[in-house]
Write a protein that binds this ligand. Sequence first.
Ligand code: ATP
Ligand code: MG
Ligand code: MG
Length: 548
Amino acid sequence: ENPSPANFIRHIINHDLKTNKHNGKVATRFPPEPNGYLHIGHAKSICLNFGLALEYHGTCNLRFDDTNPEKESEEYVESIKRDVRWLGFEWSELRHASDYFGQLYDYAVQLIKDGNAYVDSSTPEQIRTNRGTLTEPGKNSPDRDRSIEENLALFQGMRDGLYADGQYVLRAKIDMASPNINMRDPTIYRIRRVHHQRTGHDWCLYPMYDYTHCISDAIEGITHSLCTLEFEDHRPLYDWVLEQLNTPWRPQQIEFARLQLEYTIVSKRKLNQLVTEKHVSGWDDPRMPTIAGLRRAGVTPAAIRDFCERIGLTKKDSWIEMSVLEHCIREDLNQNSLRVMAVAEPLRVVIANYPEGQVENLTLSNHPQRPELGSRTVPFARTVLIERDDFSENPPPKYKRLVSGGEVRLRGSYVIRCDEVVKDAEGNLVELRCSYDPDTLGKNPEGRKVKGVIHWVSEAHSLPAEIRLYDRLFTVPQPDNEENFLNVLNPDSLQVVTGCRVEASLASAVPESRFQFERIGYFCMDKDSKDGNLVFNRTVTLREGWVK
Ligand code: ATP
Ligand code: MG
Ligand code: MG
């Protein structure tokens, strides 16, 4: 039996398997349009479709819904494949709606022959006004009663490129008085002279989404065609097309609520606008809710899968709090990321009684709870760097870090005492003169308690770095509901901290490697890293609501 939590789609599938509704098969598909990068909303659909296929030993195709050539590109196709695989899934078959252009055309001819479709010369404007409203029925087009012969000839002419773009459309002949506006003779083909990234100039007419989707599902033998709630009103059309064509296979469309995540946006159109208007650095900007952006920020595939499982499936739209995603990220990174030391805002500490030129290679464990993750070497020397705010001249009550005359432990190293505070002529803090207790490596000092433990790096061995701190991209929880979402962009969503120093072991890190910078947060090495300036993105803070 299936160990996953119950949801209404699993109930439907279990029932269908029991009644042998689809010959005992489970076949799903994930059908993105290659007109942008995938976002966290798509991840919900990916985890659902591929997840169900795995769970029920069925299949899941990746199908590009490539019927809008103007907006589609090979770059998007490649990014989608990469992102699905990165999330941990592999498709049973790779398909394209454009693979079916020939069959879709033949099916359209069949609709015409059966009196179920007609060529209309109405302008898009006329089609819109004659569609009617929720309270008023639509008006029949004067072309609605064109003869089958004439329709066939005109449709062939459309195919042969005899007419201008927009001169004719093919419409399904259903019911202009239907209470469901989607059933009022929807357009199923339009003339568009545009190059298609796969079929080139083979076609000058392209099928519409609603017509293409159901037929593609039927051709692929999809059993459960899962889509978001806004398609509920399109389901009668989905079923109508397959019924008129009497296709041998009849998939079942099931709708679920789309993911909406607070403080961000999941609409490819708006994300595209952020990219093209340069409000962000690209589709993979770590502030973007795209899979590529999340990856660059350091989020793991496991965290995203966990998130998608936790939010569950419903039939009702709702907003998910960002803290739910962050919780999943933190849980995974806490378990799995290696600990290292980095100093964001360095303060020099000279350990006066430590021999000049001496270096000790200390061994620090990579993960306090997981010895199997090994250890690394961290050089200790006379001059170390500590965090500027780990020292205070006027410490607040309960301050456990370094103060004048006080002691603190350097993580994995010795206890040091601050003997002197060195300032420049203007009174700015320059460095601390300290002394160390040689008898405190791996053991407590004699006769006194030292509570504070701070992180550090050796000045000479550490590497220069820049860290990028990200905050939410928008200032309101539901930017989608704003009149103009650009008005609520957070101007402080990126803070760049330069002059940081990280421990020497990070010399071997590569972009996308993830770390916990002890006491600071979770970070991921960025592709902008160069020798002499490593760049790290903050994935998430150490604890909820704790922003340094
Ligand atoms: P967008 O509005 O961002 O352009 P879309 O639905 O037009 O999204 P598609 O490429 O057609 O984008 O989406 C592929 C699949 O992902 C569809 O089955 C769609 O229902 C699903 N999907 C898209 N957005 C979400 C979301 N926010 N939550 C859940 N599923 C989604
Ligand atoms: Mg779509
Ligand atoms: Mg869309």
